[in-house]
Design a protein around this ligand. Structure first.
Ligand SMILES: Nc1nc2c(ncn2[C@@H]2O[C@H](COP(=O)(O)OP(=O)(O)O)[C@@H](O)[C@H]2O)c(=O)[nH]1
Ligand SMILES: [Mg+2]
Length: 165
């Protein structure tokens, strides 16, 4: 099953995938150029799911490719930092996702991760959800202790996707 991460540069998409794969967090920022992939097995009540994780460098010049990037995506994870400006920018991605013609009707579930909850003065996931208007979870991608939590979020949403099939 294809799971695509999407979001502006530096919000923590690659960190989130590293966390899921059990890799040590990268504290120094290294921008993702082009595409990265990860693979992860998830066991849910509905069986075992092989997830193909797609991580696209969010630079502006890649935007025209987003439609092809998202082709056949079943779960789209929008990652945002939790600052007010970051969330407003991310809202534009969500609006675009909701409007887009999905090239042949691939059913795609959209959720958001309100990342960097460890930073001072950030918005709660509840407030982020009110802006983005989709299911939103609070996370800290560079905290290895949150790994189980993020796997649980994936599990819940994969089950949702499989159920509506
Ligand atoms: N404080 C904090 N920093 C984070 C968090 N997640 C990622 N970062 C840092 O933010 C920077 C960008 O992360 P990265 O995963 O490369 O972002 P990407 O461009 O969306 O793939 C890196 O320096 C990470 O260490 C978080 O939850 N809290
Ligand atoms: Mg990256």
């Amino acid at each position: 099953m294809k799971v695509a991460f999407i979001g502006y540069p530096k919000v923590g998409k690659t960190s989130m995938i590293n966390l899921l794969l059990g890799k040590a967090p990268q504290l120094e920022y290294r921008p993702t150029i082009g595409l990265n992939f990860g693979q992860k097995m998830i066991k849910s009540m509905l069986g075992e799911h092989e997830l193909n994780l797609w991580d696209f460098g969010g630079q502006k010049n890649f935007w025209p490719m987003y439609n092809s990037y998202l082709l056949n995506t079943r779960l789209c994870i929008v990652v945002t930092d939790s600052t007010p400006t970051g969330v407003l920018k991310t809202k534009m991605i969500i609006d675009w996702l909701n409007k887009r013609d999905d090239n042949g009707g691939d059913k795609m579930r959209i959720i958001a991760l309100a990342n960097k909850q460890d930073l001072p003065g950030v918005m709660t996931a509840e407030r982020v959800a009110n802006v983005l208007r989709c299911d939103t979870y609070p996370v800290v991608a560079i905290d290895p202790l949150q790994r189980e939590n993020v796997i649980e979020i994936l599990k819940t949403n994969i089950e949702q996707v499989v159920k509506v099939e």
